[in-house]
Design a protein around this ligand. Structure first.
Ligand SMILES: CSC[C@H]1O[C@H](OP(=O)(O)O)[C@H](O)[C@@H]1O
Ligand SMILES: Nc1ncnc2[nH]cnc12
Length: 293
């Protein structure tokens, strides 16, 4: 049995995890650089939890400046098996109103200029991103929400823009026209890297605004986003507390293979692999094999 360790990445306005007990903060180094902040180790009930504020405490890191590889590597190195990301997002649908939680099951990556893979020359790998969200983890989040009488929408497409500026009106209309549900600046490459690291990943997207397409709502700004995150803090805490308290002791094998994603992904012949890159990959390759002993 693999013991379940849940990672929580906090987004804008979420720099601590309420309810985390026996907190031990540790600044960890990774071969990919420094994570956004110290990891906060602790427990909720009997579940081991590792929390990381994505933008760092004090919100010092811009979406484009976050070292996503270091964050995911650090969480993997800490033993995380299941990773829940909390994110503020804009909405393209009237029925997805501010305050609602959406559990996206698809992502569209419109970022550029971010390091989006652990792999590359010397060890080439192509993981599947057909289904980026681990269904059992998303179902557990939905069940926790239901148990707490918190409304969640299951499924939806989150488009990830580069930012840091918000979208123009024309961009907003085009995303809406494409049928996307919500928009943010951080789920990519986080979800891609989580898959490469064989972590089961799901996002809780908290709708904070209607971006700038809605004729009856103001255009998004930071104050509006943070006001909704603050007013939703209690709901978000209850949802996470219930999810974590009810989490099974053993990691549940992912039915779509999120936790075995490298089994069919690595293309470079074993004898042609770059030992330096293999050494850097370390814990990422530990299960699938291929790293030097
Ligand atoms: C504070 S407005 C824009 C900012 O909020 C979202 O952050 P996160 O996904 O970390 O909650 C969005 O992606 C932008 O980074
Ligand atoms: N409208 C929006 N666009 C991009 N990121 C966001 N985060 C919160 N609201 C957002």
């Amino acid at each position: 049995m693999t013991r379940a360790v849940v990672g929580i990445i906090g987004g804008s306005g979420v720099y601590h995890l309420p309810g985390l007990r026996n907190i031990r903060e540790e600044r960890v180094a990774t071969p990919w650089g420094d994570p956004s902040d110290a990891l906060h180790f602790g427990e909720v009930g009997e579940t081991p939890v590792v929390f990381l504020p994505r933008h760092g405490r004090g919100h010092v890191l811009s979406p484009s400046g976050i070292n996503y590889r270091a964050n995911i590597f650090a969480l993997k190195q800490a033993g995380v098996t299941d990773l829940v990301s909390v994110s503020a997002c804009g909405s393209f649908k009237s029925e997805l109103y501010p305050g609602l939680f959406v559990l996206p099951d698809q992502f569209v990556d419109r970022t550029f200029g971010r390091q989006s893979s652990f792999f590359g020359n010397g060890c080439v790998a192509h993981v599947s991103m057909a289904h980026p969200v681990a269904p059992l983890l998303a179902a557990r989040i939905a069940a926790a929400a239901e148990a707490e009488s918190i409304g969640v929408v299951k499924g939806g497409t989150y488009v990830c823009m580069e930012g840091p500026q918000f979208s123009s009106y024309a961009e907003s209309l085009s995303y809406k026209g494409a049928g996307y549900d919500v928009i943010g600046m951080t789920a990519m490459p986080e979800a891609k890297l989580a898959r490469e690291a064989e972590l089961s990943y799901a996002t809780i997207a908290m709708v904070t605004d209607f971006d700038c397409w809605h004729p009856e709502h103001d255009d998004v700004d930071v104050a509006a986003v943070i006001a909704v995150v603050r007013s939703n803090a209690d709901k978000a805490s209850r949802l996470l507390a219930r999810l974590l308290a009810d989490f099974p002791k053993a990691h549940e094998p992912c039915p779509i293979g999120s936790d075995r994603a490298l089994d069919t992904a690595i293309l470079t012949a074993p004898e042609a692999r770059d030992p330096q890159l293999l050494a850097k990959l370390g814990v990422i390759l530990a299960r699938a094999g291929g790293a030097p002993k």
